[in-house]
Design a protein around this ligand. Structure first.
Ligand code: PMP
Length: 315
């Protein structure tokens, strides 16, 4: 018999960061009676770090933008953290340095609401804690082959119910329902429609489709996360391709007719979609434009583009 804190899949380092200190991996825990434990009252970031083998150095991708979004999530949730963005930045870089991965990695910064005040279980005045963990993480598994997507009947949470543009742990129960539903139906990745019936994003990624030479993605006002990878793709496509880049709503039936489609996110990177609801996209083969965007993206994260200088922070 174990407990839910045991058996984190290897490999992971021996250390983590919590509330100002480097702690042992197994001691980096949050009590079950905190608001984070009860209600999923946390805010987090999922960040990638890429190993540059020629320089023998790890670079964190768009760390400042992740810290900015963390701060914006806290602002909306009225979370007052004892740690500034600069402190969290230094803590993340220091933890990654001590982990000494020498390979690509993922880091997560989590800010949690602590114990509720008596009689006030949802108070924003609870103590706030933070933790940072990092694990080795290679290229996302389906970037080469692509994956099948299914559109869930669960609708995306709307911004008038939950602030979906920021990264709040409890938002993820919506994506979880969608993902479990489509997995049971045999698809690899869920896509969600927003309350207007427009396809807006995946549980942990944004969506792009190519139609008639236009690269199309839903706007930031369509109940999606303000994704850093989406922003990166838009920047790269505008700067390095001849594609017309358009931010507009996407209908379900339009997606069925897309010439190409892919999802993007820090963790999933650029992953082609080969079918939607069983309807093949580009005869189920990742398309040339998707490949071009992938190549640009991996060049950016690995420090080989002009933009990389601003986007990649050395550890
Ligand atoms: N949408 C959702 C719901 C997500 O969880 C993520 C992953 N953070 C994304 C989009 C992609 O965001 P980013 O590019 O900032 O990782």
């Amino acid at each position: 018999m174990g407990n839910i804190n045991s058996n984190y899949p290897a490999p992971h380092p021996d250390i983590a960061w919590q509330d100002g200190n480097i702690v042992r991996w197994e001691d980096c825990v949050v009590h079950v009676r905190t608001q984070a434990g009860f209600f999923g009252a946390n805010i987090f970031e999922g960040i990638r770090a890429y190993w540059n083998s020629s320089e023998e150095r790890l670079y964190v991708f768009r760390l400042d933008e992740h810290l900015k979004r963390l701060h914006q999530s806290m602002k909306i949730m009225r979370m007052i953290s004892p740690y500034s963005s600069d402190e969290l930045k230094m803590a993340t870089l220091n933890l990654l340095k001590q982990c000494d991965f020498r390979q690509h990695a993922q880091a997560n910064i989590v800010s949690c609401f602590g114990f509720p005040a008596p009689g006030d279980p949802l108070s924003a005045n609870a103590r706030v804690g933070a933790n940072i963990t990092a694990v080795p993480m290679g290229r996302s598994v389906k970037t080469e082959t692509g994956l099948s997507a299914g559109i869930s009947s669960w609708r995306r949470i709307t911004d008038d119910a939950m602030p979906i543009r920021v990264k709040i742990g409890s938002n993820y129960q919506n994506g979880r329902l969608a993902q479990n539903q489509v997995s049971d139906a045999g698809y690899e990745m869920a896509l969600l429609q927003n309350s207007n019936g427009k396809v807006c994003e995946a549980p942990g990624a944004c969506i792009f489709m190519l139609r008639d030479g236009q690269l199309i993605t839903p706007p930031l006002t369509s109940d999606i996360l303000e994704s850093i990878t989406r922003d990166t793709v838009l920047e790269l496509a505008k700067r390095y391709t001849n594609l017309k880049v358009v931010e507009r709503d996407i209908d379900k039936s339009e997606l069925y007719l897309a010439d190409e489609a892919f999802i993007c996110g820090s963790i999933i990177e650029i992953t082609p979609i080969t079918s939607v609801d069983g309807i093949q996209i580009n005869q189920a083969i990742p398309g040339a434009v998707t490949r071009e965007i992938q190549t640009l993206y991996f060049s950016a994260v690995e420090g080989r583009l002009a933009e990389s200088e601003n986007w990649c922070t050395p550890v």
